[in-house]
Design a binder for this molecule. Structure first.
Ligand code: AHR
Length: 323
């Protein structure tokens, strides 16, 4: 029944988009006008996540999509419940930002059986059957970890005693950012991770973990690698409270490139941030429209990232940051 709806929608949307030139080319497309899309978001644990939510909501509004939004408050079970609700409501497509890599097989099978395509944004998953989702739009987290490691190796001449603040356990960015970073530091005898703990991608938790780790390793640590900017900002507070200078006594490299990280770089407190764009709204709805129109969509769409250091934290660049 639902599959039929999707097919009928495909034909209808195909016809509409062909009348408008067989393309969707971004904003204002009439192709999305009559569709309903469910977005199962993780929560609001970081500036990055908030920016991603805004990007998806703004793009839906621009395209006239009826968006059903669910904030899972950081719980995978809530995301699974939200997906089931979306299925029950007969949405045309689902956008999912999966909290963790595993545990999605059953619910995505239910979506597939209902004929509802699923677009993954930001994080990848591990499923038995890859056809359970249509496409993944995300950054290359291993590459980001490598870039962070390479920046630190170059800056320190390959000598550092590092505290690693990990993202939430089981999340693709936590797993892959560690992998990429370790790949690089393993090539330098003088680089060592002396402690590694999760700060759950949250600023407050990052600060608490760093406070505790400084008690143990305050005399030896020379660098912090945080899996996201918010945890780095928390670490900066902890380092200051411990009477040290973040960015000088202890070098700090993190990932995301949110505006507050640029402000911290401008103050000299953060040394480097590797970009991970949360502005995924346009790509997500381009994919939804294409899928509903029966057009092919790449299984993985990689979002390009770049590295920023303090020299790029100029007032113009800081002012121009969109998130
Ligand atoms: O999945 C992307 C990560 O999730 C971002 O780096 C982090 O800030 C967020 O919470």
């Amino acid at each position: 029944m639902k599959f039929k709806t999707w097919l009928m929608g495909s034909v209808l949307l195909g016809a509409v988009s062909c009348m408008t030139g067989c393309g969707n080319g971004g904003g204002g497309s009439s192709a999305s006008k009559s569709i309903t899309v469910g977005f199962a978001q993780i929560g609001a644990e970081s500036d990055w996540r908030v920016a991603e939510t805004v990007s998806i909501k703004e793009e839906a509004e621009k395209r006239g999509v009826n968006l059903k939004f669910s904030d899972a408050q950081g719980k995978k079970e809530n995301q699974i419940r939200a997906i089931r609700n979306f299925i029950a409501q007969g949405v045309n497509a689902i956008i999912l930002a999966p909290k963790e890599e595993t545990g999605w097989d059953s619910v995505l099978k239910e979506a597939k059986d209902a004929g509802i395509p699923v677009v993954l944004v930001d994080r990848g998953i591990k499923v038995e059957d890859e056809s359970l989702y249509a496409t993944l739009i995300a950054s290359d987290f291993v590459y980001e970890g490598r870039m962070a490691g390479e920046w630190l190796a170059q800056k320190t001449g390959g000598k550092a005693k590092i505290i690693e603040l990990q993202g939430s356990p089981g999340a693709a960015p936590a797993i892959d950012r560690q992998k990429g970073f370790v790949e690089v530091i393993d090539q330098h005898e003088g680089m060592e991770i002396i402690a590694s703990q999760t700060g759950q991608f949250e600023q407050e938790k990052g600060q608490k973990v760093m406070e505790a780790l400084l008690q143990q390793h305050g005399e030896t640590v020379t660098a912090v690698y945080a899996h996201n900017d918010n945890m780095a900002l928390g670490a900066i507070q902890a380092i200051k409270q411990a009477g040290k200078k973040p960015g000088e006594d202890i070098l700090i490299v993190s990932i995301d490139a949110v505006k507050s990280a640029f402000e911290a770089m401008a103050r000299g407190e953060l040394n480097c941030t590797v970009e991970c764009s949360p502005l995924l709204g346009s790509m997500a709805f381009d994919s939804v429209e294409a899928l509903l129109a029966g057009k092919p969509v790449e299984k993985k769409q990689v979002v390009p990232d770049q590295v920023y250091d303090q020299s790029q934290a100029t007032p113009e660049i800081v002012a121009g940051r969109k998130y």
